[in-house]
Design a protein around this ligand. Structure first.
Ligand code: HEB
Ligand code: HEB
Length: 443
């Protein structure tokens, strides 16, 4: 057992809650887009298979939304319980986006309810499709607003703090801080990418089990095409995130690359270990790549860790988190591109087991990349809870019972995870695709 320290336990509890929430938040942001696309194609091509895809995805989506609401509520609760001083200082600046997130959620939930209960109720199918648009917008807007809060913690703009007291607040400047554009864009596009891979994996499972219904092939085509687009977009925006870091949080980027001395023509370090005397061993070096990531120029100067006081440096472990995210991203892009290219050249068929397995593996790998990305961004922000203004230890509670809370919440998340999986399995097992197609009089 580690020695009791409320700060450590608060950080772990916050990390566990957010890490668990991230799974449902990602699905919650991404799936509506795929539902909307599937129904749209179904209507345009008059193809009932695509409409049924939208229907079944929407049904499963409701369950994950419900879990997302519980974990999201836990975050709100924990922010004020565990980080009272932080909320006191930052609360004024972040209450606007926090409120807007709740508003966006209600907007989404109301239309989702109507959408689910009005299939086949409209004379024109396209009118039903219009109902999913507010769901897509609401889901992405929640992601947008809450991410601005996190962006604000990384680059607190729009406030003046004197002796720990806020003297001047501009909520809009706080919301649209320098970290907002890249963070929001990277979070949204990686959510679309991950959701596409999760739905693709479901189709891949059926095909691997020998079920060759064209319904599953259509699901795979749609989801892999979306995944391919967003794999590229996510990587391009990730590159811009690197440039954001180089300008506003150079110590985070330098820690990610174990870049100790300020140099030009800086290489990107993949893997490796840090020896006791601070040398890098067994690493793969990509020459110039860090200068390109930071400034888009192979000769550019990249600030090194030496320029920062020791007590302001993030933990060096973030290097591995960044690497794991990048490697996962390359895998996802490669698999989805391969699928799309093979399909365009008519080289793909459902008997290509290795590719199906790779798609199936893509779902957990995408979720893993999301976790690594967030852990990198959040641990890389340390030791600051409000970058440059307030240290994490200053923001924490001094309560003596955070350890108990941690165990109880872990238990809650386990229960939620198991129930969510059980309900989803029951829901789809008791109502197979073939049966539902028959019921609707479709082949
Ligand atoms: Fe965060 C913390 C994750 C989002 C707020 N995070 C944290 C941690 C982690 C995380 C892992 C721990 C770190 C340390 O301590 O080292 N996040 C995460 C994720 C996500 C997030 C996964 C997605 C979902 N956050 C977020 C948001 C926000 C936040 C959005 C706002 C609202 N965080 C936070 C806080 C904290 C954290 C307050 C505590 C403090 C520190 O800094 O740590
Ligand atoms: Fe990532 C984060 C880059 C891919 C997810 N990213 C991040 C960062 C960076 C990056 C720089 C940090 C930012 C800050 O802090 O602000 N990425 C990148 C690149 C790439 C990527 C370059 C290519 C390879 N990602 C990716 C993928 C995914 C991701 C694939 C999933 C799927 N990230 C992520 C997340 C995060 C990150 C979630 C957190 C949030 C932010 O933005 O921050």
């Amino acid at each position: 057992m580690m020695e009791y320290d409320p700060v450590i336990y608060s950080r772990i509890l916050t990390g566990v809650t957010l890490g668990f929430h991230a799974i449902f938040a990602t699905i919650g942001v991404g799936i509506p887009l795929l539902i909307a696309l599937a129904e749209w194609i179904g209507i345009k091509r008059n193809d009932e298979h695509y409409r049924l895809l939208a229907r079944r995805w929407a049904r499963g989506f409701v369950i994950t939304v419900a879990v997302g609401v519980v974990t999201g509520t836990a975050i709100g609760l924990q922010l004020s319980l565990l980080w009272p001083s932080f909320m006191e200082v930052a609360g004024h600046a972040i209450s606007l986006p926090m409120f807007m997130e709740t508003f966006a959620f209600f907007f989404e939930a109301i239309f989702l309810g109507i959408y689910l209960y009005t299939w086949d109720r409209f004379k024109k199918k396209i009118h039903h499709w219009l109902l999913v648009i507010p769901v897509v917008i609401g889901a992405s807007a929640s992601g947008f607003f809450i991410t601005t809060v996190n962006a604000f913690m990384n680059s607190p703009y729009g406030i003046t703090v004197e002796n720990g007291v806020i003297t001047n607040i501009n909520p809009l400047a706080a919301m649209f801080n320098p970290a907002t554009p890249t963070k929001v864009a990277h979070v949204l596009s990686s959510a679309y990418l991950t959701s596409a891979f999760i739905l693709a994996a479901i189709a891949a499972i059926y095909l691997l089990r020998g079920n060759q219904h064209v319904y599953h092939k259509k699901a795979l085509h749609l989801t892999m095409t979306v995944a391919c687009v967003f794999a590229i977009v996510t990587a391009l925006i990730g590159d811009l995130s690197g440039k954001y870091l180089a300008e506003y949080q150079p110590e985070k980027l330098a820690a990610a690359e174990w870049h100790f001395e300020t140099t030009t023509e800086a290489p990107l370090i993949l893997g490796g270990i840090l020896t006791e005397d601070g040398e890098i061993a067994y690493a793969l070096e990509l020459p110039y790549a860090l200068s390109i990531l930071a400034h888009g120029d192979p000769g550019a100067e990249v600030i090194g860790l030496e320029e920062f006081p020791e007590e302001d440096l993030p933990p060096m472990i973030v290097h591995y988190l960044f690497d794991l995210m990048v490697i996962s991203g390359i895998f996802l892009a490669a698999v989805s591109m391969l699928f799309v290219i093979m399909r365009l050249r008519k080289k793909w068929n459902e008997h290509n087991k290795p590719l199906l397995w790779a798609i199936l593996a893509g779902a957990p790998i995408a979720l893993f990349a999301i976790e690594m990305g967030w852990f990198f961004a959040e641990i890389g922000r340390q030791p600051w809870i409000l970058n440059g203004f307030m240290r994490t230890a200053e923001g924490a509670t001094t309560s003596q019972h955070v350890d108990l809370m941690l165990y109880l919440f872990i238990l809650l998340y386990l229960v939620l995870a198991v129930s969510c999986v059980t309900v989803l399995r029951k829901m789809f097992k008791s109502n197979p695709v073939e049966q539902e197609l028959l019921d609707r009089g479709i082949e």
